[in-house]
Design a protein. Sequence first.
Length: 347
Amino acid sequence: MSEKKQPTKILDVKDLKVSFKTYAGEIQAVRGVSFDLYKGEVLAIVGESGCGKSVTAQTIMRLVPSPPSFIKEGSITFDNKSDITKLSERAMEKIRGSEMGMIFQDPMTSLNPTMTIGKQIAEGLIKHQGLNKEQAAERSVEMLRLVGISNPEGRIKQYPHELSGGMRQRIMIAIALACSPKLLIADEPTTALDVTIQAQIIELMQKLQEKTETAIILITHDLGVVADMAQRVVVMYAGKIVEEGSVDDIFYNPKHPYTWGLLKSVPRLDLEHKSDLVPIPGTPPDLFAPPKGCAFAARCPYAMDICLQQDPDKFEVTNQHKAACWLLHPDAPAVEPPVGKGGKVHA
């Protein structure tokens, strides 16, 4: 009987801490984030705006400007290479675009308005794969056809302002995938798109990912997109990971009150009775001076004295499912989650 082949680890982030220096002091944007990613896997990072999702992703790509940012601690191992936080900018330029690709949040501001679509796709092919202009132009047409853009021979001569929002997002995907990267980071890939185009973009990314086995990090606050695309989920709050597990763990058996709050604030069509959306009360903590205990304690209806005094370690629910919450301690009082089995929200 043949042994089961172990998945190939593409990315290993360990205890990553990223801060920004400002005149007012140090903003601790990412505070000890650790996770890994395997070939062909889709990992979603979710949370409110300002929780550190995009800073984490951009630090992996080494795109956060330094100064004002700096990596305080931690390591990022990509494709079994040495710690890429120690690499020079020139060394990162060889990896970025060829082995790592990124779909940015706003295609209109990410695309160069002075260059044609064809030139922007060809740029990476010429730099990283050594193609000449004619070969790069042919490959650019192939990429536009691959991402579902009609008349690609004509489109490569157009500028970004001549295309719709959905088409610009497809162009961003084409640029990111042109060199067949091992890792693709998608930062809010469906933001500002209407529902129909969102569904098309998600379906497109799923098909391309199945073909190429590219590992994807999906940065989003849209839990519907997470349910459609991801296999594993990391929930971030105030620069830290508060819960992580499979999609089923997070949607059907969540253990952190912050995750409960995220799920309760999502509109649902499968409930028998109409109910109001329940926002998470309060505001995230100031990361100039993060609280001593659990960062979510001030907004948590289940907070105990220890939550205000000491930050919890991650408690293991199952082998893959972990959550940083004192409610999982053996001595903690039993609490009925407002989001229960089957993803149903309690009244």
